[in-house]
Write a protein that binds this ligand. Structure first.
Ligand code: GLU
Length: 506
């Protein structure tokens, strides 16, 4: 058995959508589990669709979720370069060998001539004729032209490509690790372009050559590539590599929330959830919000994504990366598409937020405040975490909920004021403020008996007293444990907020 080597092979034609992160994740888990190597290869041969910044976006996204390759454009490695545009020469040599072996040919057809062929050969049964065994002999290529004609075309600068000569009437079979036996009939396949007129390989050519040269053992990729695999197998066959071809695993699609079709990048804006790992601003005025900026922890995104298409076979849903490495298996990847469920993503996030280490939580909360140009002391951030860890689903909520700790409210809930507040409580609360200012230590143990006594003396119920204190401290009657709220602001601030609150309630 050759060692496990898997690759994640994104094209920098745009940002990586979460489906790409899931593909990278499955590759990563499989590599880790098998003691193999996880490789990132940038497939940037489509210059027309190249988007500046996309490669960096993809690499930074992988880094954010912790899927760091051992070999890749930034890491280097023994099978580099890992960017296909830097491997251009390699592919042409291989393509020429195929031509020499009679498995590929040069073609000189212009877009107009290709269109004319489609018009000429279209029939009701075959409305979209292909460049294939039926049509190729009527086209301008090295099978139909003489050496002189070709030389003339070349000297006139007619664009030239290399096409695969797909045979008629053969079968191509693969045993997909997820889908089982998949068979293709070669008469359904077109003579795919392998080398483009700009000298760059197409995806098919570069993908096969690189998987071979980089000793890839398993190709784990999205279902949309399954049909291309037929051409890939033909290439392996013609290069004499079919016996040592990688094993294939085609992952199910991630579907829209209602299950009707593939989740697209536009769905995020449509349904109001992120579909990209990090913020993506492809052009002026265009902005797709990322999971990171929405307030997700990378661990939560990973746990959410792994479950979209993989089933551990038990009820366990929460897995950290180490546990996933243990539990993961390609055999448990499902065939059918997995629906994107944003509520579930938030459920995972809430879980991971609750279980943050206090020190991690403190820095994350400080970062949230910094985004609003506010600073919060570590101790205050720790208090905010204590108060809200079980209530928050997205990190920015720590800011909106915890802001009262560093900023006294400048208004009180109007509903509370008009419906719940009783003027006759005023004097009692003023008195309470005086008592609070000299309470030491300022903690639940000392405050609780004092509050009980207060309520008894003034005939207040818990359901009247607690909302009133919260309104004075934070502006709203709802909120976390009052003792934690008071402790977070401290004795003298508590006293002054009560006094000020009473003015606003008057
Ligand atoms: N470059 C292809 C993509 O953008 C890779 C497909 C594959 O993994 O073979 O998804």
């Amino acid at each position: 058995m050759s060692p496990v080597r898997v690759r994640f092979a994104p094209s920098p034609t745009g940002a990586l959508h979460i489906g790409g992160i899931r593909t990278a994740l499955y590759n990563y888990l499989f590599a880790r589990q098998q003691g193999g190597t996880f490789i990132v290869r940038v497939e940037d041969t489509d210059q027309a669709r190249f988007v500046p910044g996309a490669e960096n976006y993809i690499l930074r996204s992988l880094e954010w979720v912790g899927l760091i390759p051992e070999e890749g454009p930034e890491q280097g490695g023994p099978y580099g370069p890992y960017r296909q545009s830097e491997r251009k020469e390699i592919y042409m040599d291989y393509a020429r060998k195929l031509v020499e072996a009679g498995r590929a040919y040069y073609a000189f057809d212009t877009p107009e001539e290709l269109e004319a062929m489609r018009q000429r050969l279209a029939t009701p049964e075959n409305p979209m004729p292909r460049y294939d065994f039926l049509s190729r002999m009527g086209m301008k290529n090295s099978l139909t032209l003489t050496a002189e004609e070709m030389a003339a075309m070349r000297s006139n600068g007619v664009p030239e490509v290399i096409r695969l000569k797909v045979p008629e009437g053969e079968k191509v079979k693969i045993t997909d690790l997820i889908r089982g036996e998949v068979e293709f009939a070669t008469q359904e396949l077109d003579d795919k372009v392998l080398m483009k007129s700009d000298g760059m390989p197409t995806y098919h050519m570069a993908n096969v050559i690189d998987d071979r040269l980089m000793r890839i053992s398993h190709v784990i990729r999205g279902e949309e590539w399954l049909s291309s695999t037929a051409h890939h197998v033909l290439l392996y066959r013609y290069f004499g590599w079919e016996e040592e071809m990688p094993q294939f695993a085609h992952l199910p699609l991630i579907l829209k929330p209602e299950g009707n079709g593939k989740l697209s990048k536009r769905d995020g804006a449509k349904f109001g959830f992120p579909v990209f790992p990090m913020d993506w601003k492809p052009e002026e005025g265009e902005h797709f919000e990322g999971f990171r900026e929405t307030g997700f922890l990378p661990e939560a995104l990973i746990n959410f994504l792994v479950m979209l298409g993989w089933n551990p076979g038990t009820d366990q849903e929460i897995f950290n990366l180490e546990e996933l490495i243990q539990a993961f298996s390609i055999g448990k990847i499902v065939k059918s598409g997995a629906r994107f469920d944003y509520q579930k993503a938030k459920w995972f996030n809430a879980h991971y937020i609750q279980n943050l280490k206090p020190s991690e939580a403190v820095s994350l909360i400080q970062e949230e405040f910094l985004k609003h140009n506010r600073s919060v002391l570590s101790k205050q951030a720790a208090d905010i975490f204590d108060m809200y860890r079980e209530r928050v689903t997205l990190l920015p909520e720590f800011y909106s909920s915890g802001l009262f700790v560093v900023q006294a409210p400048d208004a009180v809930d109007p509903d509370f004021r008009s419906k719940k507040w009783k003027r006759e409580w005023n004097a009692a609360f003023l008195d309470l403020a005086d008592q609070l200012s000299c309470t030491d230590p300022f903690e639940k143990e000392s405050l609780e008996p004092m509050f009980k006594n207060f309520m008894q003396t003034h005939g207040l119920k818990m359901g009247e007293f607690l909302p009133a204190i919260r309104v004075m401290v934070s502006g709203t009657p709802m909120g976390p444990d009052v003792y934690l709220m008071l402790k977070a602001i401290g004795a003298s601030e508590a006293a002054s907020r009560i006094r000020r609150g009473l003015e606003m309630l008057a």
